[in-house]
Write a protein that binds this ligand. Structure first.
Ligand code: PGA
Length: 245
């Protein structure tokens, strides 16, 4: 069963998430870490950099992967997961290219791209700590409603709501239609899965994901079954829950 923790605000939630990442790396310097992009974890990554400096935690032995990527968008374009993770996490923490594997959204052979990621996760013994957000439609990564939750890395046609919020990450209109993502099978197998959500706009989907029946119509609802999952919410995102309020 998942653990749910409710924080006063986004900042305290983010500080707690950063502590858990640091704790993972202190206990296992060669940890495999997986990071999501989006608005939700931005503050977590700022805290992570600050706390890594304060605690003198070295990330020099860890290995980092990305949760997902837009297909067909060059990686160095501002707004891609590749670009944002370098800017918000890898560069400030001094994580070297040899310690990173991200989906290449420009590889037309998407199946090869997926197999490569699956193999890396497998040979490195799985993911030690994974940070994810939740979409307004209940997705994790690009695992959209209706997804086969037994899938590992795969590509996915994205829903209108995902494409609309995705557009906000780019500084100019960018054609997007598909995404490449780790599958729910990999998300749910992480040794430590941190699902973060903040803000009133996330309250209805958090209520569904945590309190309605588990269903692939709300992919994030599978965290209910996941002993290793910790759901970190601010008061606003938790405001429609009945079990935890
Ligand atoms: P957000 O996106 O963090 O920008 O709200 C979350 C998601 O769509 O997974």
């Amino acid at each position: 069963m998942m653990t749910v923790r409710i924080f006063e605000d986004h900042d305290s939630l983010s500080a707690a998430a950063a502590d858990m990442i640091i704790d993972t790396v202190i206990k296992k310097p060669a940890a495999v870490l997986c990071f999501a992009t989006g608005n939700t974890p931005v503050r977590t990554y700022q805290w992570l950099i600050e706390k890594a400096r304060q605690s003198n935690t070295s990330f020099s032995s860890c290995f980092c992967i990305g949760l997902d990527e837009w297909a067909g968008v060059p990686p160095n374009k501002p707004g891609t997961c590749h670009y944002l993770l370098h800017q918000q996490v890898f560069d400030p923490l001094g994580i070297q290219p040899a310690q990173i594997h991200l989906f290449d959204g420009m590889n037309a052979a998407i199946q090869d791209e997926c197999s490569k990621m699956d193999e890396i996760i497998e040979t490195r013994g799985g993911i030690d700590c994974m940070v994810v957000g939740i979409g307004l439609n209940g997705h994790i990564g690009f695992n959209e409603p209706g997804v086969d939750v037994s899938l590992k890395a795969h590509d996915q046609v994205l829903m209108e709501s995902t494409l609309a919020s995705g557009q906000h990450y780019f500084n100019e209109p960018t054609p997007i239609s598909r995404g490449i993502t780790l599958g729910m099978a990999q998300v749910l197998k992480a040794n430590r899965l941190l699902l973060l959500a903040n803000g009133k706009h996330k309250a209805p989907i958090i209520q569904k994901a945590l309190e309605a029946a588990v269903s692939n119509e709300v992919p994030a609802s599978y965290v209910q079954l996941c002993d290793n999952a910790m759901v970190l919410l601010d008061r606003e995102a938790a405001s429609e829950l009945s079990t935890w309020n």
